[in-house]
Ligand binder design. Structure first.
Ligand code: TXA
Ligand code: MG
Length: 343
């Protein structure tokens, strides 16, 4: 096991230069380094170096058939990784980058084969985070980076989450505090005439539609029988240490289910909005916030906080599936051992 170097940086570009240069050097030399983005922490490696990218799969225990997102600092660098792009991608780039959106485009073969998992397309994204931006500019190479968690666990929104999962398995960790958005980027297939959302995320369907009109959604997002177009969407994901039930419906319904489970001797941990928390007044509660933005930002930390030693079951309320609520509910459905809908 290697010793993982940890750099504490601020989000102020000037103070970080030397520390981030050390991280950039490691990346250029073919090592793995985790770093903050505006969505979640990523585990980076040189996207043009197959052996470097292989270390990401190794550290995370990630299935080999799940492609990685290549991160770049500018639109110009993005264009160097792909074949010609449809016109609507220009509009999306102008409107949403840098930002929480990943474009799936025909690859021109610059990225190593294990980045694309052998597909003819590559996912590319320009993150909107001062530390990520500075790191990418200093590296001057595309950086392949999945979320910096062990495969299957909730994505990391703080450096401590990364440390818990990957200390000793990666060369470095740039600690830039909590990420902002809290759920991953929206993955958009841009290889067809109409863009298709493969994974809901930080940029919402409504926002995309305002710029390009009609946007489609991968049928697998609404029908479990369909095979997802993003290979990563088929795996179990975001799982906390203990079973998680997600419950749609009234606060009274939540209360009844809690009472029933407590009477069987289960130790319950609640994951709810601040408003619901007030109504339930239950001791073991993590409130995720009031708005859907706050709930998205705090979701993964909440899922990670409940430990086997403290609770037997997490009960989480279902949130409205509008705006970023679509990404929140997509993640919760994947994380849940049981989902109870309105009936
Ligand atoms: O916000 C994010 O996107 C974060 C930060 C670190 O940038 N990254 C992230 O990466 O969430 P990861 O590897 O955890 O998720 C990438 C998703 C997977 O579901 C993968 O299957 C899909 O994007 N993906 C990547 N390349 C693809 C491609 N060429 N075609 C279809 N899906 C692709
Ligand atoms: Mg991930």
């Amino acid at each position: 096991m290697t010793e993982t170097i940890r750099w504490n940086v601020t989000n102020n570009k000037i103070n970080n230069t030397e520390l981030i240069e050390e991280a950039a050097q490691l990346l250029r030399a073919g090592s793995t380094v985790a770093f903050p983005t505006e969505t979640v922490y990523g585990l980076g490696a040189d996207a043009t170096n197959e052996a470097a990218v292989a270390k990401i799969f190794q550290a995370k225990g990630r299935p080999q058939d799940n492609p990685l997102i290549a991160h770049v600092a500018t639109k110009k660098q993005l264009m160097q990784l792909v074949e010609q792009i449809p016109g609507y991608v220009d509009k999306l780039l102008d409107q949403f980058t840098p930002g929480p959106i990943t474009f799936v485009l025909p690859s021109n073969g610059t990225c190593a084969e294990n980045v694309t998992a052998g597909l003819s397309t590559v996912g590319v994204r320009i993150p909107d985070h001062p530390v990520a931006q500075q790191l990418l500019i200093m590296c001057d190479i595309p950086i392949a980076a999945p979320s910096a968690n062990l495969s299957g666990k909730p994505s990391p929104t703080t450096a401590s989450h990364v440390w818990d999962d990957l200390n000793g398995k990666i060369a470095g960790l740039v600690d830039g505090g909590s990420t902002g958005v809290g759920v991953e980027s929206t993955v958009v297939d841009c290889t067809q005439e109409i863009p298709i959302i493969l994974r809901p995320g930080g940029v919402t369907k409504e926002q995309l539609e305002q710029v390009v009109g009609h946007v489609m959604v991968d049928p697998a997002l609404v029908n479990e029988q369909e095979k997802p177009k993003a290979p990563g969407m088929k795996y179990t994901h975001y799982a906390p240490e203990v079973p998680l039930w997600v419950i749609a419906g009234s606060v009274d319904k939540l209360k009844n289910i809690m009472t029933r489970e407590i009477s069987t001797g289960k130790r319950i941990g609640l994951l709810v909005s601040t408003n619901t928390a007030k109504q339930l007044e239950f001791e073991q509660t993590i409130s995720l916030g009031n708005t859907l933005q706050e709930i998205a930002a705090n979701l993964y930390d909440g899922l990670r906080k409940y430990k086997q030693s403290d609770v037997d079951l997490i009960i989480c309320e279902a949130f409205p599936e509008v705006g970023i609520g679509q990404a929140v509910m997509n993640r919760l459905r994947k994380a849940a051992t049981r989902y109870m809908d309105e009936q």
